[in-house]
Design a protein around this ligand. Sequence first.
Ligand code: C5P
Length: 237
Amino acid sequence: MIKDKIILPLDVPSEEEAKDLISELKNEVGIFKIGLQLFTSAGASFVKEVVEMGIKVFLDVKFHDIPNTVAKASVEVARLGIWMFNVHALGGEEMLKRTVDEVNEICSRENINKPKVIGVTILTSADENTLKKVGINHEIEKQVLKLAKLSGDCGLDGVVASPNEVKSIRKEISNNGFTIVTPGIRPGFATKDDQKRVMTPKEALNTGSDYLVIGRPITKAKDKIKAVRKIIEEIQS
Ligand code: C5P
């Protein structure tokens, strides 16, 4: 079902506001994303509570640290029962491999459903100048492909990427099951806000994206339920 491909970011500062969004939209979208703001204010116990409500959670924590620290933090994330979480592919091969290995091991040992581990390539907020200033002199697309390939080679389940990069990632990675999650989605009726390179939900799915992160076009709409339904209609049209 199309609704199961829509990830709604809970970009709000408090547990109360997050719960309001969940109860209003849980029958309309398949997945909710908890990012650093809400995770910091409401904590891991809140994540657990949401999971126990039967909600599929993408924990967008973008870990990046030494291999041991990321692997151990990821094990704790897996124990929360979330459906997906992410780490920065820039953390490197050892960090990625150890994370996958330790998450796999704990999940089989403790009988936990294994969360999808997704790599963050290059944030859509970065441009070539941002990369240059941190010493990366590749074109964005080349760098994204390099990191996507590394993520796949290290056993990650997929990547987060801009919808504009999906086609070349699919070409680069032969694994059909490689999951691509795309933010930067704007339906025909919405404004772009601060997103620069956007695609409509239909275009993004057609280009090979598996899951669409759609925030403000829904959360800032007067009628949020109507906004989701309009998006689904737009995809089906
Ligand atoms: O409101 P909007 O649809 O722009 O929200 C997009 C969501 O996806 C936000 O939670 C944002 O942090 C996240 N995101 C993004 N670009 C990335 C990675 C995550 O917009 N590269």
